[in-house]
Design a protein around this ligand. Structure first.
Ligand SMILES: C[S@@+](CC[C@H](N)C(=O)[O-])C[C@H]1O[C@@H](n2cnc3c(N)ncnc32)[C@H](O)[C@@H]1O
Length: 218
């Protein structure tokens, strides 16, 4: 399980981020031999799908203020999560996240609550919780107060449609390998040009899809 970083804790304690969970296993449940079961066999065997459906439907409700943001169902069928989407969500009033297990969530709840489906990648997880953690982590680091330098966010991967340039730290020579000379030149214009070149080369090589979009944009 992921542990929270100091910056994330600061955002949470500073009131920038917060959350509330709804445990669908709480309260009276119906199941096979006393084991809570929310997949479709449950419906077929006992005809008692309604309790879990109703719990899901109620949990996904928009509060009276209507200020809690979209309902997102983490799902491999969803639109891929992108940095643009993360930015959008981080700037909004919040999100309600729905994580499935087994075969997923009954379509009627998704339709009735107008859930938006988002995927964290082209693979299948056993549950949506880790996908929800990914989305939360990506949003929290964009909140005010997470990073000291706003500039470090501006130059990150996906900003401006490119992957980020490589980073080097001290010492200048390590194991006989030198930091590229341009980075120690003190010439800010040359450093910026070198970084742009590197970002473009990395994107062209690793992400032809992103590169095609970048070049099309001109
Ligand atoms: C075993 S999966 C269900 C997969 C589903 N039967 C399908 O084939 O599309 C159980 C839950 O994990 C979550 N999940 C699995 N893969 C995911 C992904 N790539 N992105 C986001 N959530 C995912 C969803 O919440 C899903 O309801």
């Amino acid at each position: 399980m992921k542990t929270l970083e100091l910056h994330e804790l600061e955002c949470i304690s500073g009131g920038q981020a917060g959350g509330q969970g709804v445990d669908l296993c709480e309260g009276p449940m119906h199941g096979i031999d006393g084991i809570m079961n929310a997949d479709n066999a449950y419906f077929a065997v006992h005809g008692k799908l309604v309790p879990i459906l109703q719990k899901l439907y109620d949990a996904a409700a928009v509060e009276a203020s209507g200020e809690i943001g979209p309902l997102i169902y983490l799902s491999p069928r969803g639109a891929p999560l992108t940095q643009a989407k993360v930015k959008d969500l981080a700037a909004g009033p919040g999100v309600r996240l729905l994580s499935g297990r087994y075969e997923g969530i009954d379509q009627r709840v998704l339709d009735a609550r107008e859930a938006e489906e988002i995927s964290v990648g082209d693979y299948v997880l056993s549950g949506g919780e880790l996908g929800a953690m990914i989305l939360i982590d990506a949003c929290i680091r964009l909140l005010p107060g997470f990073m000291n330098q706003a500039g470090s966010l501006v130059e990150e991967s996906f900003e401006g449609g490119l992957l980020e340039y490589p980073h080097y730290t001290r010492p200048r020579v390590w194991n006989g390998i030198e930091v590229p000379a341009v980075l120690t030149s003190g010439d800010h214009a040359r450093i910026a040009a070198w970084r742009q070149e590197q970002a473009e080369a990395t994107t062209r090589e690793r992400r032809p899809d992103m590169w095609a979009l970048f070049t099309r944009r001109g």
